[in-house]
Design a protein around this ligand. Structure first.
Ligand SMILES: Nc1nc2c(ncn2[C@@H]2O[C@H](COP(=O)(O)OP(=O)(O)OP(=O)(O)O)[C@@H](O)[C@H]2O)c(=O)[nH]1
Ligand SMILES: [Mg+2]
Length: 312
């Protein structure tokens, strides 16, 4: 699990004023949930791309604010699902919301009337649950336009508070974080103070490669690919050797991932390796293999590996 790079022993401190709360970040695809999770934690954990449906399963990021430990849940975007994978992703998002003490609904301020957002607001209202509205991407809009958008969303009646933020620049994020900390229920911290996530390094490393697939490949390819870390070998020189498999669904897709004379996979590997070296703070040898597995998208074993429920 990723930790801050200090040698302090991982112990959960006992303090009388301790608070601890689960906060789920929900919203339409591309609204900026993963960017906000990284901003709140202060370190890149979740992968981010300009394409919709980048996040596939729940990821916890942990932030400390004075006496409060915030356990932040990044969820897949909520949208009208078509495929089994879509259904599993949307179910993971609502499951993340159900368990949380607080819900933060992210709305991309440049698309306030997005139909996916509309559906989420309707479901929230029907459930009677109140959320905190985070109007995101305010760096892209003028202030006067924002107030009108915030006002019309607030009138939906399912928001306790509205924050205007830019998850990208960090503008307004600290106010939101302080507010979330003030709402965290009293109770002991659930994670050691130096722990930043519940995810295993192997899974995070696979996500780093998947992010490059989202950034470097287009059309249906990112949606037809999955990445798994197959082996992880610590070397005596302090470096780590990581083997990963990129699953695609057809031979033609394998050819695209490889690229002309293997150029594409080389570029994916080079960027992913650089990211991994930053994340792990050591030298990384990354070996990528591409396998065609036509049915990975219907294979229960792959869903388990991805942290998703096959049977929803
Ligand atoms: N300008 C601007 N861009 C942002 C902001 N927050 C996120 N983005 C961009 O919006 C895109 C989507 O961000 P993500 O964090 O991946 O969005 P997400 O809600 O996690 O998306 P899914 O995982 O697909 O549901 C990326 O290109 C981000 O860089 C912001 O505050 N301002
Ligand atoms: Mg995401």
């Amino acid at each position: 699990m990723p930790k801050k790079h200090n040698p302090a022993p991982a112990a959960v401190p006992e303090r009388a004023d301790a608070r601890c709360g689960y906060v789920a970040l929900i919203g339409a695809p591309n609204s900026g949930k993963s960017t906000l999770l990284n901003q709140l934690v202060g370190q890149k954990l979740a992968i981010v791309s300009p394409k919709v449906q980048t996040t596939r399963s729940r990821l916890l990021g942990i932030a400390i604010v004075g006496p409060a430990q915030l356990i932040l849940v990044d969820t897949p975007g909520i949208f009208a699902p078509r495929r089994r994978l879509d259904r599993a992703m949307v179910a993971a998002a609502w499951a993340g919301a159900a368990d949380a003490d607080q819900l933060v609904l992210l709305v991309d301020a440049t698309r306030p009337t997005d139909p996916d957002t509309r559906q989420i607001v309707d479901r929230l209202r029907a459930s009677g649950r109140h959320a905190i509205l985070a109007l995101n991407k305010i760096d892209l809009l003028r202030r006067d336009g924002l107030l009108a958008i915030a006002d019309s969303l607030f009138r939906e009646g399912c928001f306790a508070r509205v924050f205007m933020i830019s998850a990208l620049t960090g503008d307004g994020v600290d106010d939101l974080k302080q507010h979330l900390a003030s709402l965290a229920p009293p109770g002991p911290w659930l994670f050691p103070e130096d722990q930043l996530s519940d995810a295993h390094e192997r899974w995070l490393a696979a996500e780093v490669t998947r992010e490059q697939i989202f950034l470097q490949l287009h059309d249906e390819l990112p949606y037809s690919a999955a990445v798994e870390t197959e082996s992880w070998e610590e070397r005596t020189d302090g470096s780590v050797k990581i083997d990963q498999v990129i699953y695609v669904r057809r031979e033609g897709q394998k050819a695209i991932v490889l690229g002309d004379k293997g150029q594409r996979i080389k570029a994916i590997g080079a960027r992913a390796r650089a990211e991994l070296e930053t994340m792990l703070a050591r030298r990384v040898h990354l070996f990528l293999f591409v396998k065609v597995r036509d049915n990975w998208i219907e294979d229960p074993e792959r869903y388990a590996a991805l942290g998703l429920d096959y049977n929803v």
